[in-house]
Design a protein around this ligand. Sequence first.
Ligand SMILES: Cc1ncc(COP(=O)(O)O)c(C=O)c1O
Ligand SMILES: Nc1c(O)cccc1C(=O)C[C@H](N)C(=O)O
Length: 409
Amino acid sequence: MVPAEIQALDQADPLAAKREAFVMPEGLIYLDGNSLGPLPKRVAERMREVVEQQWGQDLIRSWNLHGWIDLPQRLGTRIARLIGAEADEVVVADSTSVNLFKALLAALKLRPGRRAIVSEVGNFPTDLYIAQGLRELWGNCELRFVPREGIEAALDEETAVLMLTEVDYRTGYRHDMAHLTRLAQAQGALVVWDLAHSAGAFPVYLNACGVDFAVGCGYKYLNGGPGAPAFLYVARRHQKALKPFLTGWMGHQAPFAFSPTYTPAEGLRRMTVGTPPILSMSALEAALEVWEGVEMEQVRAKSLRLTDLFIERMAPLAARYGLELATPLEHARRGSQVAYRHPEGYAIVQALIAQGVVGDFRHPDILRFGFGPLYLRYADVYEAVERFRRVMEEGLWQDPRYREKAQVT
Ligand SMILES: Cc1ncc(COP(=O)(O)O)c(C=O)c1O
Ligand SMILES: Nc1c(O)cccc1C(=O)C[C@H](N)C(=O)O
């Protein structure tokens, strides 16, 4: 039985009705929306319409009839509001990794004579890998991957770009975007922020922080579906001078003029490359409609209450079973997830999943739980901890089956 004070939190929750917009499997407590967001009901309806009517019946005419050709910008406009940007500063295309490549190269071109890319050694690997690949291509490029505490010291007059992920995918630590952006820009460098664990999790203030470039995922807190297209933000002040490296026809000023010579499109469309994946974009569009009327400040307030409640209720268990809290208690330094360290983390997460609490494990010892404020209830947090207790008290995680590593974790 959920205690009355927790039921009261749900009753007073201004976002409570949003849960209805999602398919929530019966009995399942889903704490993995930071990896793959749940299915918004309207996505299923939209997919039927797009596949059966737009593709099935209207066929090629749909590019004009249903505005397929404008989807990258239309979706960008919807995401812009959530991340503190103007409508013409965000475009949806490709994957986060590819957009990082595009943003980093564009930034290097805007800072000729500077050769260093600074990042955090604990950044999400794809960010580091993309920079490594780019170094091969660019030649005169130095990568400075440093621990978090070393970021400031690594910035100097040779730095072209500071590339960081705002929220650490393992611990949920949230950087001070405004401060780090200022530090980098004071050295004459540009910043590229990865918002994979930020967009849709809390309000981001890209314009207010003076951010140059940003990228992020459509399939996590934005709930756009597996492999949903990603987004790219470029501050308006850089757009005129922006030189795309991947000069595909969809980024051309007039793709249907079929000129043999490349001329970039006005604005951010120049950062798109090839034909947009219409099915995926349509799913993301329907998912983004769920955000209409949602105040991002309310999302943040609920996210902090959910994560606080989880940490607080977990505290006795954590102390008894050696689960070390890896997430900052300080609100300003926390994303929308809570992580613990435990040497048997993988098996514990598998046992929890078997009990209907879906979180995930990150190498080497991180148990990770994401909190999507649009669909989670305070009662879910309460129940998740109850099930966690059972897993620990009854030693359910010791089942040898839970040691078998899956291909995708
Ligand atoms: C910080 C961060 N960046 C990027 C990605 C992924 O990029 P992509 O969508 O290209 O797979 C993830 C997760 O997969 C991530 O956590
Ligand atoms: N993108 C993923 C995938 O294709 C399969 C499994 C997980 C993912 C993820 O998004 C992982 C995620 N970026 C993380 O923070 O670990």
